[in-house]
Design a protein around this ligand. Structure first.
Ligand code: AKG
Ligand code: FE2
Length: 372
């Protein structure tokens, strides 16, 4: 990122401008924020006996949150979420500002996860779950961050250069968990604390803005199953050679397609496939929106319509580092009934480790494979 007008610089030194996501944000009025705080505090009180160790994983809690939000939540917010759920938008991203969060905030956890009593984050936890319950059904993955329903996104010492949310270098544009049979439809990233220099721009780019820049031949190539996605290290650790696929990048409606791509982890053995991927990357970089997530800012990404990423920043590891919290939602939790315990929203592991340490897919991964 450079100073002045925000931009992202690619590996060839070319700068790509970033439009402010805040220009199209839904900013709650202070009365709406306080109304939502009341909803959150009421929920937190009613569920105060829920232990932290369960990561708030319970279907009855989700039902209660949804009902309370529908009955008492700010109508403008519920409406905007419902419209985004049905129609998405050209950027595939919705920024909501001035949400209530906890005051005082605990220190940013240095170990990667907030494992203190969840009541220390009762307002932000209930608000984030309330928002996501309007967009769909909350889901998390046992393979990642131990299946926590709400995951912490914090920089970790030693992970600076990793293409993971624990890193602090530029995080390449990606579809979240594109290799997973039940990948999220919506991702929410709630800002609790921005990075101290305010350089960490969370980025999104929607296929709705880029499609016109792709010629017919490129669209056809991107619609063929010519691509493999390397499994995320947050799921399989240091194994670098496990891929899902082959998958297409574009699917569904030719005029309003879904997008599944990852500019760090996706490969194609086909030269046409590689060319098409490069064209798509340029088109998506041309239409970036971005925002430094401040306390109470929530970015929702439509994971079928947009990629997301983040510019680099400097972590201090002093308890005041950048801290986001992330949740996922799918359109229909029942698609994964066989992969969850009753009432649980945690998808069982799709990988297993053999006694000799080999990681294998314990679930159909849209054709797991290791490309030559
Ligand atoms: O750090 C960010 O702003 C985004 C991180 C990310 O891609 C994720 O947590 O899925
Ligand atoms: Fe991500």
């Amino acid at each position: 990122m450079t100073s002045g007008l925000a931009s992202v610089t690619d590996a060839d030194g070319r700068a790509w401008p970033v439009r402010p996501a805040a220009d199209a944000a839904l900013t709650l009025g202070d009365d709406e924020r306080e109304c939502l705080r009341e909803v959150a505090l009421d929920l937190a009180t009613r569920h105060a006996d829920r232990p932290t160790g369960l990561h708030l994983d319970d279907g009855d809690l989700m039902v209660d949150i949804k009902l309370r939000m529908l009955r008492g939540g700010p109508e403008r917010l519920v409406q905007a979420l419902t419209e985004f759920r049905y129609r998405s938008n050209a950027d595939g991203a919705l920024l909501i500002r001035n949400l209530p969060i906890d005051d005082p905030l605990p220190l940013t956890p240095h170990g990667g996860n907030f494992d203190d009593d969840w009541q220390g984050l009762r307002v932000s936890s209930m608000v984030q779950l309330a928002v996501m319950n309007i967009l769909g059904d909350i889901i998390s993955y046992a393979d990642e961050k131990a299946g926590r329903i709400i995951q912490d996104v914090v920089p970790m010492p030693g992970a600076e250069k990793r293409q993971e949310n624990s890193g602090s270098c530029f995080l390449e544009l990606h579809t979240e968990d594109g290799f997973h049979p039940q990948r999220p439809r919506f991702i929410s990233l709630l800002g609790l604390r921005p990075d101290q220099e305010r350089t960490a721009l969370t980025l999104a780019s929607g296929i709705g803005r880029s499609l016109a820049a792709l010629d017919g031949g490129t669209r056809t190539v991107l619609s063929r199953p010519l691509f493999h996605i390397r499994l995320a290290s947050s799921f399989v650790g240091d194994r670098e050679d496990l891929y899902a696929g082959p998958v297409p990048v574009l699917s569904g409606s030719p005029t309003d397609p879904d997008l599944c791509v990852d500019f760090h982890a996706m490969v194609s053995e086909d030269p046409e496939g590689r060319r098409a991927l490069a064209s798509l990357q340029r088109a998506l970089l041309t239409h970036l929106v971005g925002h430094v997530l401040e306390s109470g800012d929530l970015l929702i990404v439509d994971n079928d319509k947009a990629v997301h990423g983040r510019t680099g920043f400097t972590a201090q590891y002093d308890g005041h580092d950048r801290w986001l919290r992330r949740t996922f939602a799918v359109p229909d939790l029942r698609r994964s009934t066989a992969d969850r315990l009753p009432r649980s929203h945690v998808h069982r592991p799709i990988f297993r480790t053999d006694p000799d340490g080999l990681v294998t897919a314990g679930h159909p991964l849209r054709g797991p494979s290791v490309p030559e």
